[in-house]
Design a protein around this ligand. Structure first.
Ligand code: DGJ
Length: 379
């Protein structure tokens, strides 16, 4: 009987391997091509992770060849893995719309940094992403929301919204809550620090219509509350918004941080009760020095901890930009970043590195190749 089981298992393994053109990956090789189970470079940029049972799911932007790939031609790609090295293509979880040029997520829109979280109360998987309507550049600054009963999708697109229309952030004192004062129109170029950035003029400009939201992530806290963290106010200021219990909208409670610091690419994680953010500066697709910050409460105050990168190319975050920090065990975190290639978007690479801590600060060092046993051997 035992022999029969062994034979069945062996046969199963052989059949599985025959279907896998990519062979087995046994380590992370930051910056190299990363073959999926079909031997094709993983196509899930600006991505995020969700663990369901023992399986990890990776959601990210599906890019196509050339500059065209910088806008959404296909949708959000999903992969699954049991070991984080080998990823099975689960297909397109959210497809762009190809038969209606007026649709919010019509092909050619900008759909970036998708993240999926699971809502226990509704038993639904909820996807949020940065959405820019087709042909409008980055002026829309909307948040798209989609939902599914199954983790791999298909996800149903629900709506695109601007955060917290008609609400003041909890950290703007009542005496400053006058939307008509100092609310002159401004255009920011995304990099320089305007003199009057502290005067709330962008917050006030968008008070009625809703705040801008571009680069984003989601974070679910231990108590099940979920948050949307996004570059707002023409990218000048990061905002953190609480979501409703079903994760499908904003609760109206939000706060603004790092005013005038132009933080992009936020990735949040929690360690020993403290909240951490890894972020970048704001230089388009070009890499810049990462930033990090810590807080005792998600509502701040947030304290900047500087660039977590050390060594060669630290000032360029090893030619990457943060997208997610994945916790894989107690005190075990993986930094996940994108090495963008906007001239041929599909060729973008993934920079996954172990995230260490030194004196309470996150630290990133380049490693050519590593695996999860790295966490067992560190000092
Ligand atoms: C940097 C952002 O982090 C990316 O997600 C993307 O929006 C590019 N800017 C576009 O230039």
């Amino acid at each position: 009987m035992k022999i029969l089981w062994v034979l069945i298992l062996l046969l199963g393994t052989i059949v599985c391997m025959a279907g896998e053109k990519g062979g087995r990956n046994r380590s992370f090789k930051p910056g190299e091509l990363w073959p999926d189970n079909q031997g094709i470079h993983i196509n899930a940029h600006g991505g995020g992770m969700l663990k369901v049972g023992k399986i990890w799911y990776w959601f990210g932007e599906h890019k196509v060849e050339g500059r065209n790939g910088n806008s959404a031609q296909v949708g959000v790609h999903c992969y699954s893995s049991r070991d984080l090295y080998n990823w099975k293509d689960e297909g397109i979880a959210l497809k762009v719309v190809t038969d209606n040029p007026e649709h919010d997520i019509t092909r050619g829109c900008i759909l970036e940094r998708p993240k999926v979280i699971y809502n226990r109360k509704t038993d639904k998987y909820v996807m949020w992403f940065h959405l820019e309507p087709k042909g409008k550049g980055y002026s829309g600054a909307l948040s798209g929301i989609a939902v599914s009963d199954r983790v791999t999708g298909p996800y149903t697109y629900l709506k695109a919204v601007r955060p917290n229309a008609g609400f003041w952030p909890i950290n703007v004192p009542e005496q400053r809550q006058d939307k008509n004062a100092n609310s002159g129109e401004q255009v920011f170029n995304g990099g320089s620090l305007p003199e009057n950035v502290g005067d709330l003029s962008l917050l006030k400009r968008d008070f009625t219509g809703g705040q801008m939201a571009r680069d984003m992530t989601l974070f679910v806290d231990d108590d099940g509350k979920a948050y949307h963290i996004y570059a707002s106010e023409e990218n000048s200021t990061l905002q953190i918004s609480e979501l409703t219990e079903d994760y499908l909208d904003y609760s109206g409670k939000y706060a603004r941080f790092f005013a005038g610091r132009f933080m992009e690419a936020p990735a949040m994680f929690k360690k020993d009760g403290k909240y951490y953010l890894i972020m970048s500066g704001c230089t388009g697709w070009a890499p810049n020095a990462a930033r990090s910050a810590v807080a005792d409460s998600i509502w701040g105050p947030w304290k900047e901890l500087g660039n977590p990168c050390r060594g060669k190319d630290a000032e360029k975050t090893f030619y990457s930009q943060s997208t997610y920090v994945l916790q894989v065990g107690k005190d075990r975190f993986i930094y996940m970043g994108d090495r963008w290639t906007p001239e041929n978007a599909i060729d973008g690479r993934y920079i996954w590195l172990p995230l260490e801590f030194e004196d309470g600060k996150p630290v990133l060092k380049w490693v050519d190749e590593w695996d999860l046993s790295w966490f067992n051997h560190r000092k």
